[in-house]
Design a protein around this ligand. Structure first.
Ligand SMILES: Cc1ncc(C[n+]2csc(CCOP(=O)(O)OP(=O)(O)O)c2C)c(N)n1
Ligand SMILES: [Mg+2]
Length: 376
């Protein structure tokens, strides 16, 4: 006969919540009970920004193909997440991006030509205007989450009431930085909202190969924070989830992890060919679920949008993009900026390297190292 265990097994009750949220389904059918209250004028501005983001994305792809900017990482299909997040922040809150948060940049007021300068490889593309509390694009995967945890902790120490929204991709969750920053934010109850744009891919690595976890949101429970998985192609779900997370963070309730499920409809960047690792059949269903079509249907149902209004928007956006491209192309490149942007005071090594480049570019004698190199 089996003995009764002295200490019986029992389920552990977790203190934190894990939920899934969708407000507008794939066919733009609304769950009115969950609909966040957003004034009509804001909805119109949100729609126009989403449309502008799509057009900016297309324009940058064309510029890249014409050799007028360097590599470009499209955000097609991922407009709803950063836009909904940015909408829920105040001007003084912090927006800490990775590199696919273009719609959020537009909402936060980044100059479009500055965005183009970044992808064009100019240091000036990282010079966020001083009145905007944002960090520049970050390509070293997940490094920005450490910065965000520090910013959020600083807000808490200063008691300035601001929160910090930070982004990474599904691939970014495999970095140590992701773990360290979330652990820190949870222990110190920092007002940080971690948004993971799960777009199904990390270049050619599919989500299933990234983590064995059923969801990314559930990782929150291990850190001791609330987690939410949301439909990231539904801007209303993003707004509803974000509002809750921001309110909690402002009240001292600590961080939240939001996994926004979306899809990268285009290539990773212009440097790769997705046909090599995924089929068109895989992509097709996501084209029908993308955020712009869905939001357009919602706006039409609310009688806030018709063909005429959209035509005017398109015209205004086209003009704004033309002007931004003209400013971008008129930018006078400064070859020394790459040495000057890293430290408040340049290190002796950087000073030496800059002097060497100056010597080379401005017609002085090639340096000893240059001569050495030219012999190779
Ligand atoms: C620390 C680091 N390792 C590797 C890379 C190369 N790299 C650039 S993007 C990328 C994939 C990122 O995937 P994900 O986090 O899902 O973001 P997505 O590109 O899908 O938006 C990798 C591995 C990098 N930029 N930084
Ligand atoms: Mg990804």
């Amino acid at each position: 006969m089996l003995k009764e265990p002295a200490v019986p097994r029992r389920p552990i009750e977790l203190q934190n919540r894990l939920e899934y949220l969708q407000v507008l389904d794939e066919n733009a059918k609304l769950d009115a009970a969950l609909e966040p209250k957003v004034p009509d004028k804001d909805l119109v501005r949100l729609y126009k920004t989403m449309l502008a983001c799509r057009r900016l994305d297309e324009r940058c792809l064309h510029l890249q193909r014409q050799g007028r900017i360097g590599t470009y990482g499209p955000s097609k299909g991922q407009e709803a997440v950063p836009l909904g997040v940015a909408y829920c922040l105040t001007k003084d809150d912090w927006f800490v991006p990775s590199y696919r948060e273009t719609a959020g940049f537009l909402w936060r007021g980044w100059p479009i030509d500055m965005f183009m300068l970044w992808w064009g490889g100019h240091e000036a593309g990282s010079c966020i205007p001083p009145h905007i509390n944002d960090l520049p694009l970050s390509v070293p995967i997940s490094s920005q989450i450490q910065h965000a945890a520090g910013i959020a902790w600083g807000s808490k120490l200063r008691k300035d009431g601001t929160v910090c929204a930070v982004f990474c991709g599904d691939g970014g969750t495999s970095e140590g930085d992701f773990h360290e920053a979330l652990n820190w934010a949870a222990v110190f109850k920092a007002p940080m909202i971690m948004i993971v744009q799960n777009n199904g891919w990390a270049i050619s690595i599919p989500r299933e190969r990234q983590t064995a976890s059923q969801t990314i949101a559930q990782k929150a429970l291990a850190y001791g924070m609330d987690g939410m998985q949301i439909d990231g192609n539904d801007v209303l779900a993003v707004i509803a989830a974000m509002r809750e997370a921001v309110e909690k963070a402002r009240k001292g309730g600590g961080p939240t992890l939001i996994e926004a499920v979306t899809y990268r409809l285009a290539m990773h960047t212009t440097a790769d060919d997705p046909k090599k690792y995924r089929s068109e059949e895989q992509v097709k269903p996501w084209e029908a679920k993308e955020p712009l079509i869905r939001f357009r249907k919602y706006m039409q149902t609310k009688k806030l949008l018709d063909e005429k209004i959209e035509q005017v928007m398109e015209e205004e956006i086209r003009k704004e993009l033309d002007e931004a491209v003209a400013r971008y192309e008129a930018y006078k490149h400064d070859p020394y900026a790459m040495f000057q942007h890293m430290y408040a005071t340049m290190t002796p090594e950087l000073q030496k390297q800059m002097a060497e480049l100056k010597d080379y570019l401005e017609g002085g004698k090639p340096s000893a190292e240059k001569k050495e190199l030219s012999r190779v």
